[in-house]
Ligand binder design. Sequence first.
Ligand SMILES: Nc1nc2c(ncn2[C@@H]2O[C@H](COP(=O)(O)OP(=O)(O)OP(=O)(O)O)[C@@H](O)[C@H]2O)c(=O)[nH]1
Ligand SMILES: [Mg+2]
Length: 260
Amino acid sequence: MSRKKAARSKGGGAAPSAALPPAAQGPGRAAAAGPRGSATAPELPRNGGAAAGRPSLSSSGEFYDLAFKVMLVGDSGVGKTCLLVRFKDGAFLAGSFISTVGIDFRNKVLTVDGVKVKLQIWDTAGQERFRSVTHAYYRDAHALLLLYDVTNKASFDNIQAWLTEIHEYAQQDVVLMLLGNKVDSAQDRVVKREDGEKLAKEYGVPFMETSAKSGLNVELAFTAIAKELKHRSMKLPNEPKFKLHDYVKKEVRGSGCCRS
Ligand SMILES: Nc1nc2c(ncn2[C@@H]2O[C@H](COP(=O)(O)OP(=O)(O)OP(=O)(O)O)[C@@H](O)[C@H]2O)c(=O)[nH]1
Ligand SMILES: [Mg+2]
């Protein structure tokens, strides 16, 4: 895979600078299809769809106050689909690896500080041949979870190239988090936690290690994103500013996952 190095923002972070039009219907939308549900999900407004205090009803019959679109990106095989299935169904897809074709999505409603937040989670195909399909979806994403596999060095080395892509196609204010997945495979680990932390710090993005197999930090990753998006869209007077980095650091430390 030949991709350019990521361009860094002035502040040292990886905030993408391309301001693209919101809610655009990309050509990939009609072409995309996945094994779990249709890939034509409803459009979500950029502010998360807070409808003046009126809750909406999701397709699964659940009420929600806010809705956001989250995209899972990263090399093929890093565990994006497994992470989503773990979060949505609490299960692990063991056995043979079925690579995602195009793009797929699942919805989940979380309660964040008493507010029902629907995450529409888009599971993209990591394979290079589907890249043009994925590009069309970036601009509508409110948040991106960028994954690498701690047992696969190439997937870690490609993170910079993924950041370049995000910089090019996603909204400037997209919420971004880096995840090092498959930490349950301790014996096969080739990317140290410190390397993940260092890279994330370099680009100014929150970071945690996860396991779709054991479930470690899976709920936390999505909850942290949901909290950040909720706080951004519902700024209540006198409410202290939510700091995603601090929240992630505190919760990861609390989970006891990452200190060996
Ligand atoms: N040990 C371990 N294996 C995992 C984990 N997550 C995923 N896997 C395995 O890794 C392989 C790839 O997982 P997927 O979730 O399908 O990978 P993907 O990122 O969706 O791949 P594409 O759809 O091709 O982009 C499968 O064989 C999974 O069982 C994990 O946390 N731990
Ligand atoms: Mg997949």
